[in-house]
Ligand binder design. Structure first.
Ligand code: PLP
Length: 279
């Protein structure tokens, strides 16, 4: 197993988010925009990375956060706020409208926003931003490999699949339960990228451990063990579940340990602070 340690690059915005945000930051700079809005929860790696990347770029970032303002901010939001992100809390029912153009337009008007990035940075621009990742892997494994990666919006998986040839297989491990419609958006993004990728890809929906940000004893034991034995820090939302999927597929014989496998460490370690059992 080879681990692509994206958690170790990108400074304060490590992991896959540095790649997903790069084309947005370029578009924002090119158009001279100043106030950027995006969406997320209290532990959002995406908002955390946007706040970190926005500050040195001289941007005013605004995070629209799901739920009422808590008495004490999560460390994620406290840091984002310290980096200059304005936190705008909305009720859970309003948050469900985050994809509605009318709702986005009214938020943008109220908060004087000139650029909006969808929740999780999802979408075609970010798909294109993940191309360098595919190139890194292809340079290292010219004959192809299996790539295992965590899936939230599926944007990173789409970026890999869109840029790699048929000698690669991209296995996406779903962090959420019941993400049924995701396969359609991924297929559409791969197609729209038009970059000639013909890698096979598939989604695994049986390693979410109960749902987004949930964990169970098996995941915890595996994560703590790998950390102790491999010195590989993971977090339970995405990368821990990727390791769990890899272990399970190898143990069942569905995948062969002789075939080259790349585990993409997509970062997210700032979110470990939400899990006392990791201390
Ligand atoms: C955001 C994130 C993902 C999911 O990326 P998508 O492109 O939304 O599928 C995976 N791992 C980590 C650590 C993340 O922060």
């Amino acid at each position: 197993m080879t681990v692509l340690r994206l958690d170790r690059s990108g400074g304060l915005a490590p992991g896959n988010k540095q790649f997903k945000l790069a084309p947005h930051l370029a578009a924002i700079a090119a158009a001279g925009h100043r106030r950027v809005l995006s969406f997320g929860g209290a532990w959002s790696n995406h908002l955390h990375a946007l706040a970190a990347a926005g500050q040195p770029a001289g941007l005013r970032t605004v995070g629209v956060i799901r739920g009422e303002r808590p008495a004490a901010l999560s460390p994620t939001l406290a840091e984002a706020s310290a980096w200059g992100m304005q936190l705008h809390f909305v009720s859970r029912s309003d948050y469900r409208r985050r994809h509605e153009p009318g709702f986005i337009a009214s938020l943008a008007g109220q908060l004087e926003i000139d650029y909006v990035i969808p929740e999780g940075g999802a979408g075609p621009l970010a798909v294109a931003g993940c191309r360098p990742l595919a190139e890194m892997i292809a340079a290292r494994f010219p004959a192809g490999a299996r790539i295992v990666v965590g899936v939230g919006t599926g944007t990173t998986l789409a970026g890999l699949a869109a840029a790699l040839p048929a000698s690669f297989c991209v296995d996406g491990v779903l962090a959420l339960r019941g993400a049924g419609a995701l396969a359609d958006s991924i297929a559409a993004w791969v197609e729209a990228a038009g970059t000639g990728g013909s890698a096979r890809w598939r989604l695994h929906d049986n390693f979410h451990c109960g749902g987004f940000a949930r964990s169970n004893a098996r995941l915890q034991t595996l994560m703590l063990g790998s950390e102790r034995e491999l010195g590989l820090p993971l977090e339970p939302v995405y990368t821990g579940k990727v390791l769990l999927a890899l272990h399970s597929m190898l143990a069942s014989g569905a995948w062969s340990a002789r075939d080259p496998v790349v585990l993409v460490h997509t970062g997210g370690l700032q979110g470990r602070r939400g899990y006392p059992w990791l201390d």
